[in-house]
Each structure stands twice: as C-alpha cells, then as structure tokens.
Design a protein. Structure first.
Lengths: 259, 124
C-alpha cells in the first residue's frame, strides 16, 4: 500500500487528522522526556563532582611578563610566597640551614659592569615551548601540559637529574632529604626532581600563581599568551620584552620587560 | 535439579562472603563512611585502579574530578581523631594495607592528612 493509498484509507475510515497530530505530540513529549532523563544523570554527576572534568587544551598558553623596572632590589616576597604555597623549606631544615633545600623561584641581582645599572628579577622555570628537560627525560616524567606548563610527573621520575643538567636556567631542584607534612595540594617527595609548577593547582582553579599574587608592585603579570585580547598579550604587543637566552630558540613562557 | 544446584551455589557464595567479612577483618577508624564511588567491597578490590587512572588524568591533562581524587578520598575517610588515613593500625588506608601486607607509597609524597585540617593549621 503506497503512502497515498494509506492517506485515502485513513480518510475513508473517518480518522481525523487531528487524532494523528495528538499522537504525534504525545510521541514527541515522551521522547523529549526520555532525552531529559538521559541528560539528567550526567548533569547530576557534574554537579556532584565539583571538580574540573575537562582536560586542559592548547588553546591556552599560560605565561608571565615580568617588569624588571617594578621589581625592587632586596624584596623577596615572591620567593616567600612560593615557599609558603608549595610547602618548601626555603633553604632551612630542622637543624638550621640546609644546603640541599629546593628553590622553585629565586631573586637574581644583575649589574652592568660598564654602565653600573643594577637590575633585580625573579628567576624560575621558564615554561619553554620546546623544553630541553622534556627532550632528555628518559622516562617521560618531565613533560609539557597542553596549556604550556612544564611539569614533572613524580610518579614516573626516577631522580636521574638529567633534566637539571639540560635546563639552561638552573630551574630545577632535586629532593635529597625525606619530607614530611607536605601540602595536600602539592605532593613532593625524596628522590624526585621538582621545579616551579606555575602553581598549577591554583591555575586549574582559576587563580593566579602565588608569586604573581604576592608581588607588592605587581611586577609579575600572569595570563594567557594565546589569547590576543588578554592583558598580557596586549602588553607584550606594546612594550619591548625579552626571553632569557632567546638564542636557544626555546620560546619561553616567561618574558622579561626592561632586561 | 538445575534450580536446586543453582540455589545451593548461591547459598554457598553468600556464606563464604559472610565468613570473609567477619574473619579477623581489620577494624578501621573511618571518619565518614558511606558510599561515594562504588560499594565498599568493589572499592576494596579496585580502588588502586581508579587512583592510578585518575593520577594520570590529573597530572597530565589537568582533569581534577573531585570524586576520584585521592585528596577527596582522604577528606572524608580520614580519622576524626587525627585527621589522617595513615599512621595507626586502624587508619583507613594503613589498616587494610598492613593486614594485606601491601606497601603503600602514595604517602611518601602525598599528604595523608585531611586538607581542611591542614588549612586550619596553616591559618593558626
């Protein structure tokens, strides 16, 4: 029976078209309901989870612009904030000064020997686009996240310290001593290499790294280098900034202004 | 006949399971019990797989799903007495791991303390 014939038959049997419309409406209602039920558990799960269930993407590249003119000689607030945030001892141990304490960020004083101009700046992992530490790592522990943050997966790190040799910025530290009472957000352990994580646990929550937040003169600007409308990208477009050891072609995520 | 056999089998399984439950199982000091991810028996067998999977997701991809995070497990299951899942024979993690003689190395790096307690201590 063709479609046309069916139609004629229906008309002949006295079935009103409005009946069909009602049936269709009901069918639509039930299917929409079913769809809502299928979506609802997912939404509930998402509500319950309270975490970030999306992976980071390469649409973002986190970076920093450090204004050396605003960085004050003798100020150590960024280092203190980093130590506090990540539970680093800051070169101290229970028995006094420790020669093996980790440094994730350090203040560097520079002096132009001819002109006499002095500069003060914070130095840490430069979160390179092409990180040498990742190239040399034999276990794949040293890696770059999609959003440009260079990290050590301490589950995989065997503590060979090859990455420490490869890093031109001396940014990485090795944990020599057993640690106790680590911060729940920042797991650290003896026998692994560690460095600035750009406060990845804070960044994933939408916060700024501790050093950028602590700087009293706002000389550390943190933001997304891939977004042309971000504050940091706009500033990089308008002021002269340099990458340390730009000759190595690593394309660092940390840039310095006035160097 | 087949029905009888099946019901006998089910009965046997039940009694065995019951016996395993009661047989010198470690008494744990669970801060807050209840089912969060799956039922306790499933979790006893499989929790390490979830943690292992989640650790890679979190470290490499930045997926911080709280339901499966070690930090979140500790947040509920740490003892109310010392806010910890390790350190005592009846601690949530250590109790079972001592009983099964399986070394846990999570807590060489990760904190075994409840995060909220840690934050409170920091603010004091």
């Amino acid at each position: 029976m063709s479609f046309r014939q069916t139609k004629i038959c229906l008309a002949a049997e006295g079935i009103e078209l409005s009946d069909i419309n009602v049936q269709r409406r009901q069918f639509l209602k039930t299917s929409v309901g079913a769809a809502a039920v299928t979506i609802a558990p997912g939404m509930l799960l998402f509500d319950m989870a309270h975490g970030k269930s999306e992976a980071v993407s390469s649409k973002i590249r986190w970076g920093m612009l450090i204004d050396t003119a605003k960085c004050v000689d003798g100020c150590n607030d960024c280092v203190t904030a980093c130590n506090k945030e990540n539970g680093l001892a800051g070169g101290l141990s229970s028995g006094g000064l420790s020669p093996t304490g980790s440094q994730w960020i350090r203040k560097v004083e520079l002096k132009d020997m001819r002109g006499g101009r002095t500069l003060s700046l914070p130095m840490m992992c430069q979160h390179c686009e092409n990180p040498p530490c990742v190239d040399v790592c034999p276990t794949g522990a040293s890696f770059k996240r999609a959003d440009g943050i260079v990290l050590v997966d301490k589950h995989l790190c065997i503590g060979c310290r090859y990455c420490m040799m490869a890093c031109p910025y001396k940014a990485r530290s090795f944990v020599h001593e057993p640690l106790h009472d680590q911060k729940p957000d920042v797991p650290r352990g003896k026998g692994t290499v560690e460095s600035c994580t750009m406060c990845v646990h804070r960044v994933d929550k939408g916060q700024q790294p501790a050093c950028a937040e602590a700087c009293p003169n706002k000389s550390i600007m943190f933001g997304n280098l891939n977004d042309p409308d971000s504050k940091i990208s706009k500033k990089i477009r308008t002021v002269a900034s340099t990458q340390v050891r730009a000759d190595l072609g690593l394309n660092t995520g940390i840039r310095y202004q006035g160097l | 006949m087949l029905k009888l056999f099946a019901s006998l089998l089910v009965l046997c399984c039940c009694t065995t399971a019951g016996a395993t439950e009661s047989y010198r199982m470690p008494k744990l000091d669970i801060g807050k019990g209840g089912q969060c991810v799956k039922d306790p028996q499933w979790m006893r067998i499989n929790h390490m797989h979830l943690l292992l999977h989640q650790r890679d997701e979190t470290v490499h991809k930045g997926i911080r799903d709280e339901q499966y995070s070690l930090k979140n497990c500790i947040e509920c299951h740490a003892s109310a007495r010392d806010n910890s899942v390790i350190g005592r024979a009846d601690s949530f993690c250590e109790g079972c791991h001592r009983y099964e003689a399986v070394k846990i190395d999570c807590f060489e790096c990760h904190s075994g303390k409840r995060r909220s307690a840690w934050l409170q201590k920091g603010s004091n």
